[in-house]
Design a protein. Structure first.
Ligand SMILES: Cc1cc2nc3c(=O)[nH]c(=O)nc-3n(C[C@H](O)[C@H](O)[C@H](O)COP(=O)(O)OP(=O)(O)OC[C@H]3O[C@@H](n4cnc5c(N)ncnc54)[C@H](O)[C@@H]3O)c2cc1C
Length: 423
């Protein structure tokens, strides 16, 4: 009981659950711990000091009530919002090899386990009340076999990291539309990625095998032949997968020779027109083309502008073709639609690439980016050191190693800037 008692003391000092008065929390903490022990039927978490716990685990961890706990917990979700659920322990193994020991330890202590790869799931399903949060954030490795067109990827590898490693050999993959989406939850959830429709595949269809640690601590390779039930579940079970995926083996795709895009920007007040255009395009089923709409803050509108003018919608068609001529013909046909006349800005037949589009997805300066929340989360914890270094250097967008690669000149950025004048 020593640890639980210590936990209660420091819990209140670090104020990690400010909604609960001290007496109430104390009672609930003990009652909760007793319930857990009863359920586990053996001496567990409540009887173990963090020191003895940590001795068996290669990695870092923090227990509820310790001074670093609030910032660690806040750093778990990718988004700014952190659900009010408080795991007892957060454990971040230094490598996949440490995962079985964590699971065995959790079993021994009667702790339920929740798994996080990148923390992008907006439901924050990895954040549970009580139990152990297994944070796989260190597992970002990739091994590519360029001759066979396959790659082993670890679960916290970002889509940008996958693309960067495979594109020099002419390979591609239906990665998520934002550079920071990690492979762990993305693949388990199906994965709707760039050009997936033309390749005729969800991302999970290209999982050839996976290395999985089961609740027993045993690690297996699941593929079509071995552990076929696990292999089946890998492709779409999402948050219900009954094991820890340590790495996936993926089939890669030949990169398209030409990627070209056309975009049309509307103020949000003309959303109906924008969606009508998108639907008309979809009905025409343009060949080798991905259609999308992005809703974004207009970075050029000031706070006093009417709400509908503070937002824009961008209707975008991206053609993935063998030749420039084919892409030009497809996109040219789309921009001839009468509804494109209503766009305040047009950006037509622009050569681009998977890499360039990923870079744009985190470009805060064009108002579409997702990077700023990620940076702020990085500041609140230790999980994203590169952006944090960049922020500390004062010129975050240019200094951080990652962002050096994510700051191309973006034609859309210029479009969005010009939008302010157009509105
Ligand atoms: C900005 C942004 C852009 C996105 N773009 C796309 C997109 O283009 N296409 C698309 O399909 N989706 C997209 N998504 C959704 C994304 O695929 C899911 O949020 C996915 O869960 C993210 O993976 P993750 O590793 O961060 O999952 P996490 O949030 O870390 O985990 C979610 C759940 O998945 C399970 N899980 C995660 N990792 C493992 C593991 N290694 N072993 C076992 N179980 C595990 C756990 O149950 C966990 O609770 C996007 C999300 C964001 C925030």
């Amino acid at each position: 009981m020593r640890f639980i008692a210590g936990k209660v003391e420091t819990e209140m000092a670090d104020d990690s659950d400010p909604r609960q008065a001290r007496g109430v929390w104390t009672r609930r903490g003990f009652v909760g711990a007793l319930g857990l022990l009863a359920a586990a039927g053996r001496a567990g978490w409540a009887g173990t000091s963090p020191e003895s716990w940590r001795a068996g685990i290669a990695g870092r961890s923090v227990a509820r009530g310790e001074p670093d706990y609030p910032s660690w917990r806040q750093a778990m979700p990718w988004q700014m919002y952190t659900a009010p659920r408080y795991p007892d322990l957060i454990v971040r193994p230094e490598s996949a090899a440490a995962v079985p020991a964590v699971l065995r330890e959790a079993r021994g202590q009667g702790l339920m386990v929740a798994i996080k790869s990148g923390g992008h799931n907006v439901s924050e399903s990895f954040l549970r009340q009580g139990g152990l949060l297994l944070d796989l954030g260190e597992l970002q490795g990739i091994e590519v076999d360029p001759a066979k067109g396959t790659a082993w990827v670890e679960p916290a590898l970002w889509s940008h990291g996958l693309l960067r490693a495979i594109e020099p050999a002419g390979w591609a993959f239906p990665i998520a539309h934002c550079a920071t989406v990690p492979m762990g939850g993305y693949l388990l959830g199906g994965g709707l990625g760039y050009n997936h429709d033309n390749w005729g595949t969800l991302a999970c269809d290209s999982i050839l095998a996976a290395e999985v640690t089961l609740a027993s601590g045993q690690t297996v390779i699941a593929n079509e032949r071995d552990y076929p039930d696990l292999y089946w579940a890998l492709r779409g079970s999402g948050t219900g997968f009954p094991g820890v995926v340590r790495r996936y083996k993926l089939r890669l795709f030949p990169a398209p020779d030409t990627v070209m895009e056309s975009s049309f920007i509307y103020p949000l007040s003309r959303l109906q027109e924008a969606t009508d255009l998108l639907q008309a395009w979809a009905a025409a089923k343009p060949r080798d083309t991905e259609l999308m709409m992005l809703l974004a803050h207009s970075p050029v509108a000031d706070n006093e502008a009417p709400p509908l003018e503070q937002k824009v919608c961008i209707v975008r068609a991206v053609a993935y073709c063998a030749t420039r001529e084919a892409a030009t013909a497809t996109l040219g046909g789309l921009s001839g639609h009468s509804l494109t006349a209503g766009a305040v800005l047009k950006n037509e037949l622009v050569p681009t690439s998977l890499r360039h589009m990923q870079e744009e997805s985190v470009d805060t300066r064009m108002g579409l980016g997702f990077a700023l929340p990620a940076l702020l989360i990085g500041l609140s914890g230790e999980v994203s050191p590169l952006p944090v270094l960049g922020v500390l250097a004062g010129e975050w967008i240019d200094r951080a190693e990652f962002y050096l690669e994510l700051t191309p000149t973006s034609p859309e950025r210029e479009m969005v800037r010009a939008l302010g004048q157009a509105l």
